[in-house]
Design a protein around this ligand. Structure first.
Ligand code: NDP
Ligand code: 2IT
Length: 449
């Protein structure tokens, strides 16, 4: 199913496989980018001569450390944490931290690799990095989460700084955890260095619209893709996987733009509400009570909960995968397309498998890959850094307008680049080449470092 790699790129990919054994998600992310880069090396042979691609595939620095902590009963636990500082050609390393039991080096490297190109696409001065831990926050008390965050930051702080490396949230890590991490950073460094973390609370240096930014941005991107086909979200039926930060605000913006959202999910199952999702109820269950999405169906007569159900079997016009990697496979994609889906925009990172992407592209539907479609989150993190640097705080309306402008610009540059390189309408090629060229030019200018 995979596209054949250009003959110059094949040995580079083989080397990535050899040097990074067992890291399947990282291999998948690298392969997808390399599949786009053949025509770039024809046009810019200097990037091959300088081994820019080999350099991009090798993180600048990888930090792995032990995080010991005690639970409420006094039992000791040992977790492993990571920070992969991938590329700083455009700015300080920037990218989230994930707390999930599935986290290992291969996941963090795939996310860090994607982040390089995504961050370049935003047009803002941020390099690429990612971190996380195999800590499972589910079922942990507030105090346990705080102690874990404090222990993690007691080691991580020495690698961070507003001009060095600036983490944020991701799966399992939201504003509450950013608070505990920031508190510990402040304590051990004795610096109120607001710009060292993003996704902060509004009372202590956070940006308005950051919480909403990834989901809103994904929907702005979907709207742009539809506009390019003389269509719009208004009146469309929409399904959104997940019910976390990205999913909730994707649903909110989709509804604001006139779409009817009828399904969402969590790792336990899916809910389908024929009357349209009641977002206040989802927020109450997920943001306030931190319960399972199954609770939604207990409260709403019009909804049903399907344990272990696949959300992609629900008929829709627009699908927004906003949960996790490889959550939408080839068969899911076929089902979506056969039931009339016309657009997919990824709020999550790499949610569609290579087979799924192939199905969408063969069918000619609008498909926006995560590194373009979900770039609004990190872009607004960079806006948070701007506000912190100038000790300022912008209005919601202004910050959201900047986000919308950024998403439109990303859409246009991906669209135009895809056309220029002979793949009109292919946002995967457009995003990969646009992001790559920006980083490659900066790396060339900065010399062999
Ligand atoms: P949250 O932790 O807030 O929400 C994650 C959601 O996805 C939950 O509903 C969760 O269900 C579900 N989920 C997570 N892992 C799995 C799994 N293995 N199988 C099935 N469902 C799963 O995370 P976010 O909303 O922040 O992140 C969602 C996605 O968006 C991720 O891919 C992330 O990398 C990406 N992203 C996030 C950004 C941000 O700003 N937060 C920015 C750009 C991308 P459950 O609670 O049951 O685990
Ligand atoms: O995947 C992502 O882009 C994020 N989790 C957000 C990163 C950030 O630094 O805001």
């Amino acid at each position: 199913m995979a596209t054949k790699l250009d003959e110059k790129l094949e040995p580079i990919f083989r080397d990535v496989l050899r040097r990074n054994p067992g890291e399947d998600e990282f291999h998948q992310a690298v392969r997808e980018v390399l599949e786009s880069l053949g025509p770039v090396l024809v046009k810019y042979p200097e990037f091959a001569e300088q081994k820019i691609i080999q350099r991009i595939c090798e993180p600048e620095r990888q930090i792995i450390f032990r995080v010991p902590w005690q639970d409420d009963s006094g039992e000791t636990h040992i977790n492993r944490a990571f920070r992969v500082e991938f590329n700083s050609a455009l700015g300080p390393y920037k990218g989230g931290m994930r707390f999930h039991p599935s986290v290992y080096l291969g996941i963090i490297k795939f996310l860090g690799f994607e982040q390089i190109f995504k961050n370049a696409l935003t047009g803002l001065p941020i390099g690429g990095g990612k971190g996380g831990s195999d800590f499972d926050p589910k079922g942990r008390s507030e105090n346990e989460v705080m102690r874990f965050c404090q222990s993690l930051m007691t080691e991580l702080y020495r690698h961070l700084g507003e001009y060095t490396d600036v983490p944020a949230g991701d799966i399992g890590l939201g504003q509450r955890e950013i608070g505990y991490l920031f508190g510990q950073y402040k304590r051990v460094t004795n610096r109120y260095e607001s710009g060292v973390l993003t996704g902060k609370g509004l009372d202590w240096g956070g940006s308005r619209a950051r919480k909403e930014a990834t989901g809103y941005g994904t929907v702005f991107f979907a709207q742009e893709m539809l506009k390019a086909r003389s269509d719009a979200l208004d009146g469309k039926t929409c399904i959104v996987s997940g019910s976390g930060n990205v999913a909730i605000y994707a649903m909110e913006k989709a509804m604001q733009l006139g779409a009817r959202v009828i399904a969402c999910s969590d790792s336990g199952g899916i809910i389908v509400d024929k009357d349209g999702i009641d977002l206040d109820l989802v927020k109450q269950i997920k943001e306030v009570e931190r319960r399972r999405i199954s609770a939604y169906a207990e409260e709403r007569k019009s909804a049903r909960y399907i344990e272990d159900g696949s959300i992609w079997s629900v008929q829709c016009d627009v699908a927004l995968p906003c949960a996790t990697e490889n959550e939408l496979n080839g068969n899911d994609a076929k089902q979506l397309v056969s039931q009339g889906c016309i657009a997919v925009a990824e709020g999550a990172n790499m949610p569609t498998t290579p087979e799924g992407i192939h199905v969408f592209q063969e069918a000619g539907i609008a498909y926006g890959p995560g590194k373009a479609a979900n770039a609004g989150g990190v872009a607004t993190s960079a806006l948070e850094m701007q506000q912190n640097a100038s000790r300022d705080s912008w209005t919601f309306r202004y910050t959201e307008s900047r986000l919308e402008e950024i998403m439109k610009t990303i859409h246009t540059s991906c669209f135009e680049t895809a056309k220029e390189f002979g793949s009109p309408g292919n946002y995967v090629v457009g995003a990969n080449i646009t992001g790559f060229l920006k980083v490659a030019r900066a790396m060339t200018a900065l010399g062999l470092v």
